[in-house]
Write a protein that binds this ligand. Structure first.
Ligand SMILES: Cc1ncc(COP(=O)(O)O)c(C=O)c1O
Length: 363
């Protein structure tokens, strides 16, 4: 199969996937593991699919250096479903959950979390327009919090934690949807992490949940069986038909990640790509990044043109050059270039070269 790419895609997710992964997935679609039928036609109870799930789980364990007391689950409903499923599984009805509000997605998690108990915002950067991460020293962490929820990378606002925070004895839960497997993490800082797969792993709908053993055991009776962490752990995420194709693509993405050199290598690569765009933005006053330099996202570069009337022209001209999906999130506006693991260097050079040219012509 020759290159089918006619565009450089900067979408925030679903997002660019490596061409070689798509080609491998195509082969599995036609005839999976020489079974003579497609993966889409394979029984989820068959040995082949069970082995695929086991391998994929092991790949995640290896990539993140997960100790045995963390469980890995493949669930459905995307990351948003977890906003409700976390309290249903982990929060007694009268206990308080703490939320750090740093942008659109942490706000969504908090709003949903409030439906299940006395949720509390324990730190927020709302007043400064979500332009930074509030320092841990200023979070209202207290022993009475059952857990503390964070969104380490805010996809819509382009703000990212620069390290894994230490919350002491309060279990930390992180929505890593838009930074999952883009950098090594210090897993012992977390009680639970979860991530929708449609950024660095590919397929929508699948959410990977990694949860520490000691947090389990208190699911509310009304928790749906298929979303009960403990019951799904006991059944290897196969209480009902799993998202088979999504798990398969995740497996292929993890193979590809390993071929790239693993998390440290992709992290360095991701930082270098985002820096080249931020450098250009900071060169003068034509473009503007609202996030303070220390907390800018490596994954989602959010920016604007100060002369806002030029935004639509920028998008139209970019698109004519094959640079697509650069509009900012609907709530945040402006522009956004998403640079997940699979974004090729050529795409970033084409973008910076276009931005330079646009600035020269309209600046
Ligand atoms: C950080 C973050 N959390 C949650 C979500 C919601 O994911 P889903 O659409 O899979 O529910 C997104 C989607 O972009 C996201 O970026």
């Amino acid at each position: 199969m020759g290159s089918f790419r006619r565009t450089y895609n900067f979408a925030a997710g679903p997002a660019t996937l490596p061409q070689e992964v798509l080609e491998r997935a195509r082969a599995g679609l036609a005839d999976w593991q020489d079974l003579g039928y497609s993966l889409l036609e394979a029984p989820f109870t068959g040995d082949e699919f069970k082995a695929l799930m086991e391998t994929t789980q092991q790949q995640i364990r290896t990539a993140l250096a997960l100790p045995d007391h963390y469980h890995v689950l493949f669930l459905q409903g995307g990351a948003s479903a977890q906003f409700s499923l976390i309290p249903l599984n982990l929060l007694p009805p009268t206990a308080t959950a703490g939320y750090v509000e740093t942008g659109h997605w942490s706000t969504r998690a908090f709003e949903e979390g409030q439906r299940y108990g006395p949720a509390q915002v324990i730190a927020s950067s709302r007043d400064s327009g979500f332009d930074r991460i509030p320092p841990v020293s200023q979070w209202a962490l207290s022993e009475h919090l059952h857990y503390c929820h964070i969104t380490p990378n805010e996809t819509a606002n382009g703000v990212q934690f620069q390290s894994d925070p230490d919350c002491g004895s309060v279990p930390l839960i992180a929505d890593m949807t838009s930074e999952f497997l883009s950098r090594p993490i210090d897993i012992k800082r977390y009680g639970m992490i979860y991530a929708g797969a449609q950024k660095n792993l590919g397929p929508t709908g699948l959410v990977i949940v990694i949860v520490r053993e000691d947090l389990l055991g208190g699911a509310r009776p009304e928790t749906p069986t298929v979303f009960n962490y403990q019951l799904q752990i006991a059944q290897q995420s196969r209480i009902n038909t799993p998202l088979m194709f999504a798990v398969y693509l995740t497996h292929l993405m993890l193979v590809w990640l390993e071929e790239q050199g693993g998390l440290k290598t992709v992290q360095a690569h991701n930082i270098s790509q985002s820096q080249s765009v931020y450098r250009l933005i900071d060169e003068d006053d034509f473009f503007h990044c609202p996030v303070i330099p220390e907390h800018r996202s490596v994954m989602n570069v959010c920016f604007s043109i100060r002369a806002t009337q030029l935004t639509q022209r920028f998008l139209a001209e970019a698109s004519a050059r094959g640079l697509v999906n650069l509009a900012g999130h609907s709530q945040a506006g402006g522009l956004r270039a998403s640079l997940y693991n699979a974004q090729p260097d050529d795409a970033v050079s084409a973008l910076t070269s276009f931005m330079n040219d646009f600035r020269r012509r309209y600046g």
